[in-house]
Design a protein around this ligand. Structure first.
Ligand code: THU
Length: 160
């Protein structure tokens, strides 16, 4: 038997003011699109914005459904959109803003497992890291330079 230690690294920013202008713009779009979330069932709204290699920013929000599993998270909404619109352009960064519509959330909300898997897929596909920033409606922002930090033992095409 041997033990494997997995080490993940994250940066914590106290507020958006500490981020560079490009990431501030990315969060601006994430905040904006969060308003369009269709989240009447969970009352939990999420906005996600991606910065592409060509400088363009795309954004998406969570879209729920009366048949609950038919809904989709904000992160996957925007990543599927980005990869549909520009299948050959890399995603450089993703910014996520999330919280209940009924109370202010100041705790950074990390992407769910299914979204981690999808981020991981596109990171492998494009052969370069996707930087990931996530936050609540206000307060601290957590950053990591690769989804591998959130999904260390990933499932990918090498198993197929
Ligand atoms: N949600 C996201 O949009 N992203 C996540 O990573 C976690 C959860 C959405 C799905 C659902 O509409 C609501 O938040 C509550 O789970």
């Amino acid at each position: 038997m041997k033990e494997i230690k997995v080490c993940s690294s994250f940066k914590v920013f106290d507020s958006i003011d500490e981020l560079n202008d490009q990431i501030k713009s990315l969060f601006k779009e994430a905040f904006l699109i969060r308003k369009s979330a269709y989240s009447q069932y969970s009352k939990f709204s999420v906005g996600a914005a991606v910065l592409l290699e060509n400088g363009e920013i795309l954004s998406g929000s969570n879209q729920e459904n009366s048949s609950y599993p038919s809904g989709l998270c904000a992160e996957r909404t925007v990543l599927f959109y980005a990869n549909s619109k520009y299948p050959n352009i890399k995603v450089k960064e993703i910014a996520i803003v999330a919280g209940s519509t009924e109370k202010i959330n100041e705790i950074p909300v990390a992407p769910c497992g299914a979204c981690r898997q999808v981020i991981s897929e596109y990171q492998s596909k494009q052969n370069s890291n996707i930087g990931l920033y996530f936050m609540g409606e206000k307060g601290k922002i957590i950053y990591t330079d690769s989804i591998n930090n959130l999904l260390p033992f990933k499932f990918d095409k090498t198993f197929l």
